[in-house]
Write a protein that binds this ligand. Sequence first.
Ligand code: IDP
Length: 136
Amino acid sequence: MERTLVIIKPDGVKRALIGRIIERYEDKNLKISAMKFENATQEILEKHYEEHLGKPFYESLLSFMKSGPVVVMVLYGENAIELVRKINGATDFLKADSGSIRGQYAFCTTENLVHGSDSKDSAEREIHLWFPELKS
Ligand code: IDP
């Protein structure tokens, strides 16, 4: 069993896609073990996206992520990390598989609806960052 951190980004919330996005994960047998709806702070976003500091899209990414509330979840199940990334689809919306969330709904690479951790180390780091009250 693995766990991973998923964020439904502000565009997913504004476009009323929360239910349809969560359904994709549940349909693949992933279970929700924590979930909250909140406005992400500058501090948490700087930590979450620290690997992208200095990249051309960094500032617009952070302001987009602060443009409205997000849904943050911990999902668990077999191969949860890889499975979520497959369900989410490629970062570039033009390359995302048409059956994926981004492939179906995204029309922009920054505003691409969802985040999923990319490795076990990032998953643990991100879960600790967004849900400090949860045990390892
Ligand atoms: P991921 O979310 O698919 O793991 P990352 O490379 O970790 O992709 O990038 C984090 C987020 O930064 C992306 O989801 C997207 O919102 C934004 N982003 C990444 N690359 C670009 C780009 O080339 N142009 C604009 N935004 C980007």
